[in-house]
Design a protein around this ligand. Structure first.
Ligand SMILES: *[C@@H]1O[C@H](CO)[C@@H](O)[C@H](O)[C@H]1NC(C)=O
Length: 523
């Protein structure tokens, strides 16, 4: 690790002696965890010496000099109020619901966010400002392509960032849809090798989205594209490509994953795994009280957090009491990220409203992390080599926990009102069986064994794209072939015609042969 950091810093100094770039980074999804990834991208680019304009719902208190932030937090506030008022988004009410990820509701949600985004006064001001110039536009891909009109306005390359593991909905923009018979779907909970029904389900999920949901979403996006961008393009004096070309014209996709965390997924040349880039290479020291607590924990520490979007506070009272009762029977100290206050908290349980997660995971006395299985948390646990017990709730959390379960460094527990006995069993198993910890350490070694630390690699590829004017040499040739050519439908049609003609010819010949031949006269 140590020497790699040094190498990373050396590389940084070489890069920053090159020309500094001006980059636009957009992470508009109204979600705290997505914004952590956005700030990660920005930090790594600033460290590489570039200038960044960051569109975010979570602006910083004191941005450094080379960073300008564009505040779109009103979009986040809108959704926060909506989800706080609507009981159905509370943790206690999500239990047992099907995964929303591939539902029409989710497609509507993603489209709606991007519409809000494109209509936001701060965004329109930025796009219309003739003095704004960028070398590349870096956009979080969040289940919509509505923002593909932005790079042409600045006549610069588009770079996507995918916040989840690679999957077909994102990869189809860079190449073709990966084969669902051996590629996991983000919203399922099955990992290859897939059985018959799982494979059938994989292809059904694709067909359902392409046939039933996409036509409506695409029509809407095209309408938004043609109603927002042409006017701005005209003002800036640039030509806007048609939507159908802009959608498939990204130069690069940076993916928040790595085979140590996720699957070994086949990737096109311009899709790069940089999972873990959001984690600072120098871990900050713990606050004094937590440091003391963890240092003095004779039997070690269990850390429990349901992440930043789901709130432990929104569990039912029964669940909270069961969990407290269970924790009180452990020898370990328990740090629980809990947003409110609780009565009758046992002496070994410590509630914290905010948790410096990387610093906690980095402490040698930490024995176990109980998580919701979000990709940030699972990545951080691999980074620090900590075994897990996961209670997945939604989105990719089910798939993440399935992966961890099958890799053998954690156990998934089904979220339910009376999950405590199952949870207790899983916790004891991970604490007592050293295999989980050994596996976590082994995968952590694989995760760190890369030619460059992920944050440095991220900046490297951004610079590569800019210096090669969009990296056309990395572009997949599959994007330039229509569907029927890629699947040889034209060849199949030719063969069918030849077959029909041959059949006709054979039939004709046979008919000729069977006709009574006129008798030959012999002299
Ligand atoms: C595609 O991107 C490249 C690189 O940024 C750019 O030069 C080209 O004009 C773009 N083409 C279209 C059709 O947008």
């Amino acid at each position: 690790m140590q020497y790699r950091t040094v190498v990373g810093l050396l590389l940084l100094s070489i890069v920053s002696s090159n020309e500094a770039l001006r980059l636009l980074v957009s992470f508009g999804a109204p979600s705290k965890s997505h914004s952590i990834l956005g700030h990660g991208v920005v930090n790594r680019l600033l460290e590489a010496g570039h200038e960044v304009v960051h569109i975010t719902s979570f602006p910083r208190k004191n941005p450094p000099p080379k960073l300008k932030e564009i505040d779109v937090s009103s979009i986040f506030e809108f959704f926060k109020t909506m989800s706080e008022q609507d009981d159905k988004f509370k943790l206690k009410n999500i239990i047992g619901q099907p995964n929303l990820g591939d539902s029409p509701f989710f497609a509507y949600f993603a489209t709606y966010i991007h519409k809000q985004f494109l209509e936001h006064p701060n965004i329109l001001k930025l796009l219309n400002d003739p003095n704004e110039k960028f070398d590349a536009v870096i956009v979080e891909w969040f289940f919509s392509e509505m923002l593909v009109g932005i790079p042409p306005l600045f006549e610069c390359p588009l770079i996507w960032v995918s916040s989840t593991e690679s999957h077909w909905q994102a990869l189809r923009l860079m190449d073709e849809i990966p084969n669902p018979s051996y590629t996991a779907d983000l919203f399922s909970s099955s990992r290859p090798p897939l059985d018959f029904w799982q494979r059938a389900d994989g292809i059904w999920k694709i067909v359902k989205k392409l046939v039933l949901i996409d036509p409506i979403v695409t029509a809407y996006e095209m309408w938004m594209y043609s109603s927002v961008y042409p006017e701005i393009a005209a003002k800036r004096g640039v030509t806007l490509p048609p939507y159908s070309e802009a959608v498939y014209n990204a130069s690069l996709m940076l993916v928040n994953s790595h085979p140590s965390i996720g699957g070994s997924i086949k990737l096109p040349q311009n899709v790069k795994n940089v999972g873990g880039y959001h984690i600072d290479t120098d871990v900050k020291p713990l606050p004094k009280d937590l440091q003391k607590l963890m240092d003095e924990a004779k039997h070690g520490v269990i850390y429990f957090s349901m992440g930043s979007n789901l709130k432990s506070q929104d569990m039912s009272d029964g669940m909270k009491n069961d969990l407290l009762k269970m924790f009180s029977t452990f020898k370990q100290q328990v740090i629980w990220k809990f947003e409110g206050d609780l009565q009758n908290v046992p002496a070994n349980v410590h509630l914290v409203k905010w948790a410096p997660q990387p610093s906690i995971l980095n402490h040698p006395n930490l024995k176990l992390f109980i998580t919701h299985g979000g990709l940030l948390s699972t990545t951080e646990s691999i980074h620090f080599g900590v075994p897990l017990v996961g209670i997945p709730v939604m989105a990719d959390q089910h798939l993440n926990m399935k992966t961890i379960d099958s890799k053998g460094f954690g156990i998934a527990v089904t979220l339910s009102e009376d999950m405590t006995p199952e949870l207790e069993e899983a916790i004891n198993k991970v604490l007592l069986d050293p295999a989980y910890r050994t596996k976590a350490k082994e995968l952590s070694r694989i995760y760190h064994d890369r030619p460059m630390v992920p944050g440095v690699e991220l900046a490297y590829w951004v610079e590569h794209v800019v210096s090669t004017r969009g990296a056309p040499h990395l572009r997949s040739p599959a994007l330039d072939l229509p569907f029927y050519k890629r699947f040889y439908f034209d060849l199949a049609a030719c063969l069918a015609i030849v077959f029909v003609l041959l059949r006709k010819a054979v039939k004709y010949i046979l008919k000729m042969r069977s006709k009574p031949q006129p008798k030959r006269k012999t002299n």
